[in-house]
Design a protein around this ligand. Structure first.
Ligand SMILES: Nc1ncnc2c1ncn2[C@@H]1O[C@H](COP(=O)(O)OP(=O)(O)O)[C@@H](O)[C@H]1O
Ligand SMILES: [Mg+2]
Length: 233
C-alpha cells in the first residue's frame, strides 16, 4: 500500500525554484532514503511534504488523501512526524517535560513513557536535564522519541547522524531499524551514504530538482557510477 506519493512537485523560495518536478512513492512500512548533494533540495522536499513550504504545483498525497495545501498542523494530525536538521525539541524544558508535551497536536497516544525509557535508556538517565544540556546524539534521540510518543505513521528525518560520533551514528541506526520493525514508515535524508546503505532498503536520488534515480539498496551499492555522478562520492 502506498503511504506517501509525490507527483511532479514544484517548490521555490521567492524567485529561486528548487524542486522542479519531484515524484516519488513510499510504501507503508518501508525505510527509504532521499539522497543528494548539498543544496540539492532534500530539506526543501521534507518541508514541502510537511506543508511548511506550500508547493507551487504538483500533488502530495498521504494515505490516499491529498495533503498539498494543508497547513503543517493538519498534516501532523494525519500522522506525519518531522524531525528537522535543527532537531525540534524544547531546549528550556527537561527531557521528561519534552516527552509530556503533546507533540504536533496528536497527544500522547503513541508509545508510553515507560516504553520510551526502556527503548532509550540514555533519555531515562537524562530525564531531569534540560534539552539544551543534551549532546547532539541525545537531542536526536529525544526528537525521535517525541514523535513516537505522538504515534505518527510516517517519520521524516533530516540528517539525523550529522555531527554525531561514529558510535552514536551506530546507535541511531539501531534505533531506526527497530522503529521500522515496529511498523513505522521512515523517509530518511542523509549525506552519510555509508550509513544510508546500512539501514535503508531503497534510495531516491535528488538531482537538478527532480528524482533522477530510484533503486534498491543492493543495486545502489553495486552502482558506483550513480554514486559518483549524482552524489560525488
Ligand atoms: N529559506 C530559503 N530561502 C532561499 N533559498 C533557500 C532557502 N532554503 C534553502 N534555499 C536554497 O534552496 C536550495 C536547496 O536547499 P536545501 O533544500 O536546504 O538543500 P539540501 O537539504 O539538499 O542541502 C539551495 O540552493 C539553498 O540555497
Ligand atoms: Mg538539508
Amino acid at each position: 500500500m502506498t503511504l506517501l506519493r509525490l507527483e511532479e512537485v514544484h517548490a521555490a523560495y521567492d524567485e529561486s525554484q528548487v524542486l522542479t518536478g519531484v515524484s516519488l512513492e513510499i510504501a507503508k512500512g518501508e525505510l527509504v532514503t532521499l539522497l543528494g548533494r548539498n543544496g540539492a533540495g532534500k530539506t526543501t522536499t521534507l518541508r514541502t511534504i510537511m506543508g511548511l513550504l506550500p508547493p507551487l504545483s504538483g500533488r502530495i498525497s498521504f494515505k490516499g488523501q491529498q495533503i498539498s495545501g494543508l497547513v503543517p498542523n493538519r498534516i501532523a494530525k494525519l500522522g506525519v512526524g518531522y524531525v528537522p536538521e535543527e532537531r525540534g525539541i524544547f531546549p528550556s524544558l527537561t527531557v521528561s517535560e519534552n516527552l509530556m508535551f503533546p507533540s504536533w497536536g496528536r497527544g500522547e497516544t503513541g508509545w508510553s513513557l515507560e516504553r520510551i525509557y526502556h527503548f532509550f535508556p540514555r533519555l531515562h538517565e537524562r530525564a531531569a536535564h534540560k534539552g539544551s544540556q543534551l549532546s547532539g546524539g541525545e537531542q536526536q534521540m529525544l526528537a525521535i522519541a517525541r514523535i513516537l510518543r505522538a504515534k505518527m505513521d510516517l517519520l521524516l528525518l533530516d540528517e539525523p547522524t550529522e555531527g554525531l560520533a561514529p558510535l552514536l551514528v551506530e546507535t541511531i541506526g539501531t534505533i531506526l531499524k527497530e522503529i521500522k520493525a515496529s511498523g513505522l514508515t521512515v523517509l530518511l535524508v542523509e549525506q552519510n551514504t555509508r550509513f544510508a546503505c546500512q539501514i535503508a532498503e531503497r534510495h531516491h536520488i535528488l538531482y537538478g530538482g527532480r528524482i533522477v534515480h530510484t533503486c534498491s539498496n543492493d543495486e545502489f551499492m553495486r552502482d558506483m557510477d550513480i554514486q559518483h555522478k549524482y552524489l560525488g562520492v
